[in-house]
Design a protein around this ligand. Structure first.
Ligand SMILES: [Zn+2]
Length: 241
Protein backbone atom coordinates (compact mmCIF):
# COMPACT_ATOMS: atom_id res chain seq x y z
CA UNK A 1 0.00 0.00 0.00
CA UNK A 2 2.94 2.30 0.64
CA UNK A 3 3.70 3.15 -2.97
CA UNK A 4 0.10 3.88 -3.82
CA UNK A 5 0.00 7.23 -2.06
CA UNK A 6 2.11 8.83 -4.76
CA UNK A 7 -0.04 7.48 -7.58
CA UNK A 8 -1.48 10.14 -9.80
CA UNK A 9 -3.59 9.08 -12.69
CA UNK A 10 -4.69 11.32 -15.48
CA UNK A 11 -7.42 11.10 -18.06
CA UNK A 12 -7.69 13.00 -21.29
CA UNK A 13 -11.12 14.48 -21.84
CA UNK A 14 -12.64 15.46 -25.13
CA UNK A 15 -14.97 18.29 -24.30
CA UNK A 16 -17.68 19.93 -26.35
CA UNK A 17 -17.10 23.43 -25.05
CA UNK A 18 -20.27 24.79 -26.61
CA UNK A 19 -22.53 22.34 -24.82
CA UNK A 20 -20.23 22.15 -21.80
CA UNK A 21 -20.20 18.42 -21.95
CA UNK A 22 -17.52 15.76 -21.80
CA UNK A 23 -17.92 13.59 -24.89
CA UNK A 24 -15.58 10.93 -23.67
CA UNK A 25 -12.34 10.33 -21.85
CA UNK A 26 -9.26 8.50 -22.96
CA UNK A 27 -8.13 6.41 -20.07
CA UNK A 28 -5.39 4.01 -19.17
CA UNK A 29 -5.78 0.51 -17.84
CA UNK A 30 -5.37 1.79 -14.27
CA UNK A 31 -8.33 4.15 -14.61
CA UNK A 32 -10.48 1.39 -16.09
CA UNK A 33 -9.46 -0.96 -13.29
CA UNK A 34 -10.51 1.68 -10.78
CA UNK A 35 -13.92 2.08 -12.43
CA UNK A 36 -14.50 -1.66 -12.70
CA UNK A 37 -13.50 -2.13 -9.10
CA UNK A 38 -16.43 0.07 -8.10
CA UNK A 39 -18.62 -2.91 -9.00
CA UNK A 40 -16.97 -4.90 -6.26
CA UNK A 41 -17.55 -2.46 -3.45
CA UNK A 42 -20.00 -3.66 -0.82
CA UNK A 43 -22.95 -1.29 -0.50
CA UNK A 44 -22.05 -0.32 3.02
CA UNK A 45 -18.54 0.61 1.88
CA UNK A 46 -20.14 2.90 -0.68
CA UNK A 47 -22.30 4.46 2.01
CA UNK A 48 -19.26 5.01 4.22
CA UNK A 49 -17.28 6.55 1.38
CA UNK A 50 -20.03 8.96 0.45
CA UNK A 51 -20.94 9.77 4.03
CA UNK A 52 -24.52 9.17 4.93
CA UNK A 53 -25.71 12.58 3.80
CA UNK A 54 -24.06 12.17 0.40
CA UNK A 55 -26.26 9.18 -0.33
CA UNK A 56 -29.38 9.47 -2.36
CA UNK A 57 -32.24 7.29 -1.25
CA UNK A 58 -32.55 5.70 2.14
CA UNK A 59 -29.60 3.36 2.38
CA UNK A 60 -27.80 5.91 4.53
CA UNK A 61 -30.56 5.59 7.11
CA UNK A 62 -30.28 1.83 7.04
CA UNK A 63 -26.59 2.18 7.76
CA UNK A 64 -27.19 4.71 10.51
CA UNK A 65 -29.72 2.40 12.14
CA UNK A 66 -27.17 -0.36 12.44
CA UNK A 67 -24.65 2.13 13.81
CA UNK A 68 -27.15 3.24 16.46
CA UNK A 69 -28.43 -0.20 17.33
CA UNK A 70 -27.20 -1.33 20.71
CA UNK A 71 -24.88 -4.35 20.62
CA UNK A 72 -27.23 -6.20 22.95
CA UNK A 73 -29.69 -6.63 20.07
CA UNK A 74 -27.14 -8.32 17.87
CA UNK A 75 -26.60 -12.05 17.80
CA UNK A 76 -23.75 -12.84 20.20
CA UNK A 77 -21.38 -14.01 17.47
CA UNK A 78 -22.09 -11.07 15.14
CA UNK A 79 -20.16 -7.85 15.39
CA UNK A 80 -21.80 -4.80 13.85
CA UNK A 81 -18.69 -4.18 11.78
CA UNK A 82 -19.68 -7.13 9.63
CA UNK A 83 -22.36 -4.79 8.31
CA UNK A 84 -20.71 -1.42 8.81
CA UNK A 85 -17.18 -2.18 7.68
CA UNK A 86 -17.32 -5.18 5.42
CA UNK A 87 -14.03 -6.36 4.11
CA UNK A 88 -13.25 -4.39 1.02
CA UNK A 89 -12.11 -6.27 -2.02
CA UNK A 90 -8.38 -6.54 -2.38
CA UNK A 91 -7.08 -3.21 -3.47
CA UNK A 92 -3.35 -3.43 -3.71
CA UNK A 93 -3.43 -1.93 -7.18
CA UNK A 94 -2.47 1.60 -8.12
CA UNK A 95 -6.10 2.61 -8.07
CA UNK A 96 -6.37 1.90 -4.35
CA UNK A 97 -5.22 5.49 -3.81
CA UNK A 98 -8.39 6.73 -5.47
CA UNK A 99 -10.72 5.86 -2.64
CA UNK A 100 -10.14 6.36 1.06
CA UNK A 101 -9.26 3.25 3.02
CA UNK A 102 -12.02 1.39 4.76
CA UNK A 103 -11.15 2.82 8.15
CA UNK A 104 -9.39 -0.05 9.84
CA UNK A 105 -6.17 -0.56 8.00
CA UNK A 106 -6.03 -4.16 9.10
CA UNK A 107 -9.18 -4.84 7.12
CA UNK A 108 -7.42 -4.12 3.88
CA UNK A 109 -5.11 -7.07 4.18
CA UNK A 110 -7.61 -9.82 4.36
CA UNK A 111 -5.62 -12.12 2.11
CA UNK A 112 -2.94 -12.21 4.77
CA UNK A 113 -5.56 -13.05 7.37
CA UNK A 114 -4.28 -14.50 10.58
CA UNK A 115 -5.69 -17.63 12.07
CA UNK A 116 -5.52 -18.83 15.62
CA UNK A 117 -5.69 -22.12 17.34
CA UNK A 118 -5.94 -23.12 20.96
CA UNK A 119 -2.99 -22.07 23.10
CA UNK A 120 -3.44 -25.01 25.45
CA UNK A 121 -0.80 -27.58 24.57
CA UNK A 122 -3.08 -30.40 25.70
CA UNK A 123 -5.43 -29.39 22.95
CA UNK A 124 -3.11 -29.52 19.96
CA UNK A 125 -4.82 -32.59 18.53
CA UNK A 126 -8.18 -30.87 18.29
CA UNK A 127 -7.42 -28.82 15.15
CA UNK A 128 -9.88 -26.08 15.81
CA UNK A 129 -9.09 -22.84 14.08
CA UNK A 130 -10.52 -19.33 14.23
CA UNK A 131 -9.73 -15.94 12.73
CA UNK A 132 -10.68 -14.16 15.95
CA UNK A 133 -8.08 -14.44 18.70
CA UNK A 134 -10.73 -13.92 21.36
CA UNK A 135 -12.53 -17.15 20.55
CA UNK A 136 -12.89 -19.62 23.38
CA UNK A 137 -11.69 -23.13 22.59
CA UNK A 138 -14.72 -25.45 22.60
CA UNK A 139 -12.62 -28.23 24.13
CA UNK A 140 -10.79 -26.65 27.03
CA UNK A 141 -12.25 -23.13 27.25
CA UNK A 142 -8.80 -21.56 26.78
CA UNK A 143 -8.67 -18.49 24.60
CA UNK A 144 -7.47 -19.40 21.13
CA UNK A 145 -4.48 -17.11 20.78
CA UNK A 146 -1.83 -19.30 19.15
CA UNK A 147 -1.23 -17.72 15.79
CA UNK A 148 -0.93 -19.99 12.81
CA UNK A 149 -0.09 -18.87 9.31
CA UNK A 150 -2.19 -19.49 6.26
CA UNK A 151 0.18 -20.43 3.46
CA UNK A 152 -2.25 -21.34 0.70
CA UNK A 153 -2.16 -19.08 -2.33
CA UNK A 154 -5.44 -20.01 -3.88
CA UNK A 155 -7.59 -17.43 -2.13
CA UNK A 156 -5.35 -14.53 -3.09
CA UNK A 157 -5.08 -15.70 -6.68
CA UNK A 158 -8.80 -16.22 -7.05
CA UNK A 159 -9.41 -12.68 -6.02
CA UNK A 160 -6.77 -11.01 -8.12
CA UNK A 161 -4.99 -13.28 -10.58
CA UNK A 162 -1.37 -12.18 -10.97
CA UNK A 163 -2.17 -9.00 -9.11
CA UNK A 164 -2.61 -7.28 -12.43
CA UNK A 165 -6.04 -5.75 -12.20
CA UNK A 166 -8.91 -6.47 -14.54
CA UNK A 167 -8.18 -5.31 -18.06
CA UNK A 168 -5.21 -5.58 -20.35
CA UNK A 169 -2.79 -2.76 -20.93
CA UNK A 170 -2.44 -3.11 -24.67
CA UNK A 171 -4.95 -0.45 -25.66
CA UNK A 172 -6.22 2.88 -24.49
CA UNK A 173 -9.79 2.75 -23.33
CA UNK A 174 -12.59 5.12 -24.01
CA UNK A 175 -14.94 6.04 -21.21
CA UNK A 176 -18.19 7.71 -22.20
CA UNK A 177 -19.83 10.33 -20.05
CA UNK A 178 -22.27 7.66 -18.82
CA UNK A 179 -19.38 5.27 -18.04
CA UNK A 180 -19.80 3.00 -21.01
CA UNK A 181 -16.29 1.67 -21.56
CA UNK A 182 -14.78 0.28 -24.70
CA UNK A 183 -11.36 -0.15 -26.24
CA UNK A 184 -10.38 3.01 -28.08
CA UNK A 185 -8.94 1.19 -31.03
CA UNK A 186 -12.25 -0.10 -32.32
CA UNK A 187 -13.81 3.30 -32.91
CA UNK A 188 -12.94 5.70 -35.66
CA UNK A 189 -12.98 9.40 -34.95
CA UNK A 190 -15.53 10.00 -37.70
CA UNK A 191 -17.92 7.51 -36.15
CA UNK A 192 -17.45 9.33 -32.90
CA UNK A 193 -18.15 12.79 -34.23
CA UNK A 194 -21.29 11.47 -35.87
CA UNK A 195 -22.34 9.71 -32.73
CA UNK A 196 -22.04 12.86 -30.68
CA UNK A 197 -23.65 14.90 -33.40
CA UNK A 198 -20.73 17.31 -33.38
CA UNK A 199 -21.25 19.98 -36.00
CA UNK A 200 -18.39 22.27 -35.14
CA UNK A 201 -15.15 20.46 -34.65
CA UNK A 202 -13.73 23.81 -33.55
CA UNK A 203 -15.82 23.64 -30.39
CA UNK A 204 -14.03 20.48 -29.33
CA UNK A 205 -11.39 20.85 -26.72
CA UNK A 206 -8.91 18.42 -25.21
CA UNK A 207 -8.09 18.63 -21.58
CA UNK A 208 -5.95 16.43 -19.36
CA UNK A 209 -7.28 16.17 -15.84
CA UNK A 210 -5.94 14.54 -12.76
CA UNK A 211 -7.73 11.67 -11.12
CA UNK A 212 -6.99 11.61 -7.41
CA UNK A 213 -8.88 10.59 -4.33
CA UNK A 214 -11.27 13.54 -4.45
CA UNK A 215 -12.24 12.79 -8.02
CA UNK A 216 -12.36 9.06 -7.21
CA UNK A 217 -15.02 9.60 -4.56
CA UNK A 218 -16.82 12.11 -6.78
CA UNK A 219 -16.88 9.56 -9.59
CA UNK A 220 -18.39 6.98 -7.30
CA UNK A 221 -21.00 9.45 -6.14
CA UNK A 222 -21.85 10.70 -9.61
CA UNK A 223 -22.05 7.17 -10.97
CA UNK A 224 -24.93 6.49 -8.61
CA UNK A 225 -26.85 9.61 -9.55
CA UNK A 226 -26.08 10.69 -13.06
CA UNK A 227 -25.74 9.67 -16.67
CA UNK A 228 -23.29 12.50 -17.19
CA UNK A 229 -20.64 11.35 -14.76
CA UNK A 230 -17.51 12.78 -16.34
CA UNK A 231 -19.19 16.09 -17.05
CA UNK A 232 -20.36 16.47 -13.48
CA UNK A 233 -17.05 15.47 -11.93
CA UNK A 234 -14.63 17.27 -14.21
CA UNK A 235 -16.59 20.18 -15.67
CA UNK A 236 -19.11 20.99 -12.98
CA UNK A 237 -18.97 21.05 -9.26
CA UNK A 238 -20.45 17.72 -8.26
CA UNK A 239 -22.19 19.16 -5.22
CA UNK A 240 -24.35 21.14 -7.63
CA UNK A 241 -26.08 17.97 -8.89
ZN1 LIG B 1 -8.33 -25.97 23.77
Amino acid sequence: MASSASTKLTVKLLIDSKREKVLFAEASKEVIDFLLNLLRLPLSAVIRLLNKDGMVGSLGNLYLSVENLNDTYMQPDIHKDVLLKPRAPISSQQFSALLPANGDDSDNHNVEASFYTCSNQHCTGAYNVTCDNKTICPHCRFVMTSKITYVGKKVAEDVFPNNSGFVKEVVTYMVMDDLVIQPMSTISSITLLNKFNVKEVGALQEKVVELGMTQGVDLLKASLQSKAVLTSVFLKNISAI
